[in-house]
Design a protein around this ligand. Sequence first.
Ligand code: FAD
Length: 429
Amino acid sequence: MSRTNLSRRGFTGSLLAATALSACAVQPEAPAKARVVVIGGGFGGTTAAKFLRLEDPGIAVTLVEPKSAFSTCPGSNYVIGGLSKMSDITHGYAALTGVHGVRHVREMAVAVDPVAKTVRTSGGQTLAYDRLVMSPGIDLRWGAIAGYDEAASARMPHAWQAGPQTELLRRQLEAMPDGGVVALAIPGMPYRCPPGPYERISMIANYLKTAKPRSKILALDAKDAFSKQPLFQDGWAALYPGLIEWVPLGKDGKVVEVVSGEMTLVSDFGQRHKVAVANVIPPQFAGKIARDAGLADQAGWCPVDPFTFESRQAKNIHVIGDASIAGAMPKSGFAASSQAKFVARAIAAAINGRPAEAPVFANTCYSLVGPDYGISVADIYRSTPQGIVAVQGAGGVSPRTPADAAAFRHLEAMYTHGWYASATKEIWG
Ligand SMILES: Cc1cc2nc3c(=O)[nH]c(=O)nc-3n(C[C@H](O)[C@H](O)[C@H](O)COP(=O)(O)OP(=O)(O)OC[C@H]3O[C@@H](n4cnc5c(N)ncnc54)[C@H](O)[C@@H]3O)c2cc1C
């Protein structure tokens, strides 16, 4: 659907329907102007639900999310490295429901009917919408690495969706004897959080350095270059000399098979790595509900209009966050939240007959290389008919050789924690 379809004209029919079908209204005495259903209570979905209500309290917003509390992937590497606890990265929905008046349906969305404009939930409810916002995140592609299925992930955790897998990987590191090899299998692009695997390597190295100093990390990568690479590698050389071996694609780093019973990773050219702990991060695609609704392309991600994030496949459905194809924007929580705020504003504008504004998006990805050693990359993005592009000269990465390096890295470590606190407070607080 084109930008113009976000106009009042496009909404007239659905507003009439909204009046007749106001089952989700949060203010029973006054029928809602329109109903928006949001699928997924992570970075994108929770932000969208909250900001829709801030934009216009007359819009009835229903969040469909089975969890009662959300554990963030940002910060989960610090749990794995022993710097934080799960409770530090887990947030409930009390403010969203109590303060902002979002209705929380604690069920899975199991089917979307884009023609009838309804969402069916695992509990058998049918929720009618005028607009649907989908932010279901990622699913793991079981079987994309031969032998890596859900059962294998109980021995070789992915820990790429924060929760029990995060704790499992932490426990395995604690139980591992000193001198063991910790392997990571890292996917090719695109995947959730481009710098995430390298921050994880750093946090595991920080733990091993003191707790198991004879151990090593073997990072097997399906690509030849990665986000903030020179900064990470400078940090590894300074903080963890000799502890990390990174094997790029060109040196047979791609893992194509695992034998979980033997704790063995097999590379493209048949090298077999038997290790003590294996963190296998498989290739990914958009969450199942988006794929089942027919919103994904052949690669498994959802094409969207760069100006509205409305699905290219279905009208009145906006796909944001990791599940969407957002041009130059990375799959990050910061990006998902930035997209969500814009989409909330655009939907509220359409409902109220205002023209949509030109979108501007932002992203900053902070990473800890050590507890007191932070690095970052930041960008601003604009929409063009060809897609979302980074604004030249508007972003940047941390310098490799700042004047007072220790003070600079220390400050960026503080900013890392500051970003997390402010982002999660804004979304769930
Ligand atoms: C180790 C790691 C570190 C990271 N660090 C950072 C960082 O420092 N900064 C940063 O910006 N990003 C970071 N990220 C990336 C960030 O976690 C994701 O980009 C972000 O969570 C994407 O938001 P989302 O809304 O698309 O999906 P999510 O936040 O994953 O939310 C999806 C939600 O949808 C729900 N859901 C799925 N299907 C359904 C359904 N059918 N019905 C109802 N609900 C459903 C899920 O339960 C989930 O709660 C990191 C990721 C990893 C793995």
